[in-house]
Design a protein around this ligand. Structure first.
Ligand SMILES: [Zn+2]
Ligand SMILES: [Zn+2]
Length: 288
């Protein structure tokens, strides 16, 4: 057994709230844990890939719509035919975006159209992953593989800084501050063309030591767009990252873009840096 399919009819809802709320939770938290009863004969083990399939009469919302992994398996009670399993859902598509049931059946003729848990062999697991890759779009600019696009043993779960990864915050920051790097002025669209539009990264300025559990991020004062290079440099100091002003100083001290033609926005960023930092002589560092 390479994976399992969990199929259910949404008329018997499995989420505590609505499907849309579950989609938002997975987007924001990266995981949503759900308890299911598995046949104990399947002997599910942690890390097993789980594919979520919606069945039922409303065909527009039926089909392959989510991926997760087994996160925890309850103790097997003697003579029990089922075992409690926690499924960590890591990607859930909004209703209507599913791989249609007809398409699923066409590629997986052995699929049983009934509620419950069914095991999936290696060939079927590969087919599911291929169909899934066509339906589950990664966030633009995401560097991590989309959950489900690789077998679970081929991925490592990483912690992510939610303030820097939240797509909603990111849109707000780019709308407020533009998409040029705030340290070096690089506009990725100007350099790489439209494929790189809005691929700038978002950097969270508050040092980790000042972030409490109830930290409320302010998109205007707490987050800035940084290009990939400047972002790596910012985080190269621990625990307090280099400030934007300090990176500008580094760039200026080391001949920012020497010998190349500067664009207007780069010249503006340089002028900004010069204004903020004052003359290069003397100790004018404004960083923390
Ligand atoms: Zn930069
Ligand atoms: Zn950062």
């Amino acid at each position: 057994m390479e994976a399992v399919i969990l199929a259910w009819d949404p008329d018997r809802p499995v989420w505590a709230g609505s499907h849309a709320a579950a989609v938002r939770t997975v987007q924001a938290d990266g995981l949503l844990r759900q308890l299911w009863a598995f046949p104990s004969a399947l002997q599910p083990a942690p890390e097993l890939d789980v594919w979520l399939v919606i069945l039922g009469t409303r065909s527009a919302m039926c089909g392959l719509g989510g991926h997760g992994t087994v996160g925890w398996v309850g103790a097997v009670v003697a003579d029990a035919t089922t075992v409690q399993v926690a499924v960590d859902v890591d990607h859930l598509l909004p209703l209507g975006d599913q791989v249609a049931l007809a398409r699923l059946v066409e590629h997986l003729p052995e699929l049983r159209l009934e509620e419950g848990v069914q095991p999936v062999d290696r060939g079927a697991a590969r087919t599911l992953r291929r169909l899934w890759a066509g339906a589950a779009q990664p966030e633009r600019g995401a560097l991590e593989p989309t959950p489900g696009s690789l077998p679970s043993r081929a991925v490592r779960r990483v912690l992510a800084n939610r303030y820097e990864q939240d797509p909603q915050l990111r849109r707000t920051v780019l709308a407020l501050r533009g998409s040029a790097c705030h340290a070096c002025g690089l506009d990725m669209e100007q350099r790489y063309g439209t494929v790189a539009r809005d691929l700038v990264q978002v950097h969270h300025l508050t040092p980790p030591g000042f972030v409490d559990a109830d930290h409320e991020v302010d998109p205007l004062s707490d987050l800035v767009p940084l290009c990939g290079s400047c972002h790596v440099v910012a985080h190269s100091r621990w625990p307090d990252p280099y400030s934007v002003e300090e990176i500008r100083l580094l760039l200026r001290e080391h001949g920012f873009l020497r010998g190349s033609t500067l664009t207007d926005s780069q010249l503006m960023a340089q002028a900004d840096a010069a204004r903020l930092l004052g003359p290069p002589e003397g100790d004018q560092r404004t960083g923390r």
